[in-house]
Ligand binder design. Structure first.
Ligand code: PDD
Length: 278
């Protein structure tokens, strides 16, 4: 694979980053994951906007302009012949002698690579649906910033796998915040319910698109928090993310949601999303 590191396209085995990079030492960095379908980037503008916001919130400088970023994304997709997959982008504050205080003038590190994910859009998982467990949300309080601090979500995913499930929904003060790497939804009496935005969750780029399409299709949307028991009692549940689009959830903590099969609202939203975006 060809990867991008600080201005250069190199073979992945030749890519180098300093061991003093604050991304490596302190998770002092942010990232974005943009999906590629039919060789084309999905919603690049949304991801670029959120990246700018993440950088601003952390007092970090952009590594380059959005136009340059788009160009790098396209170049990597082309060089690696990605038809279906992802482009991963990471900006860190850069290398500096280890210190909790960061230098204001650090030169950010910019790294991008691609991942092939053939069959992403036709994933069989979308026909079967996912099983989730609930876990406490013990992440830090600024989940609206897409930082590379992903240890707890990784552990959550492993806890789910150990329980024979696919993912974990995190719960704080009795309400579901989000999945380990996706936004969470339930459907009750035809109303799509998903947590309101705030510091507690990431503002998903897929979430924004799906809610827009739902409203355009005259579906009712409520942005508010919900509990695990409300979710278990719902007609349907699903998650959204750049890499899973709309993915049905059919079981929560061992309880079937609705019929226990993939429901019509999640299926329809997945279809609309893929139709509109590709
Ligand atoms: N994860 N919430 C969290 C905690 C996430 O990590 C993600 C994305 C989302 C959905 O955001 P979007 O629709 O913009 O992908 C919500 C990416 C896919 C990842 O970490 O791989």
């Amino acid at each position: 694979r060809i990867v991008y590191v600080n201005g250069e396209y190199v073979n992945e085995s030749d890519a180098k980053i300093s061991i003093f990079d604050r991304g490596f030492l302190m998770a002092d960095g942010v990232y974005e994951v943009t999906t590629v379908l039919d060789g084309k980037l999905i919603d690049f503008d949304g991801h670029a906007k959120r990246l700018t916001r993440s950088l601003n919130e952390l007092d970090m400088k952009p590594a380059c302009t959005d136009e340059e970023l788009l160009e790098i994304h396209r170049e990597l997709v082309k060089r690696n012949n990605v038809e279906e997959g992802m482009v991963y982008l990471q900006v860190t504050r850069g290398a500096a002698d280890r210190d909790f205080a960061y230098p204001k003038d650090a030169k950010p590190s910019l790294v991008l690579f691609t991942q092939d994910k053939p069959g992403l859009a036709n994933s069989p998982a979308a026909q079967i649906g996912m099983k989730v467990i609930s876990i406490d949300d013990i992440r830090w309080g600024r989940r609206d910033i897409k930082t590379v601090q992903l240890l707890y979500p990784s552990m959550g995913k492993m806890m789910a796998k150990a329980a024979g499930c696919d993912d974990a929904w995190m719960v704080e003060d009795g309400s579901v915040t989000e999945g380990t790497s996706n936004n969470a939804y339930i459907v009750k009496d035809g109303v799509i319910i998903t947590r309101h935005l705030g510091n507690e969750i990431l503002s998903g780029i897929t979430r924004a698109a799906v809610l827009r399409f739902a409203k355009e299709a005259q579906m009712k949307v409520e942005e508010r928090s919900f509990t695990i028991s409300e979710a278990q009692d719902a007609d349907e549940a699903f998650v959204t993310s750049a890499s899973t689009f709309v993915m049905p959830v059919v079981e929560i903590d061992g309880t079937a949601v609705g019929t226990g099969n993939v429901g019509p609202v999640a299926s329809r939203l997945r279809e609309i999303y893929l139709d509109e975006m590709r």
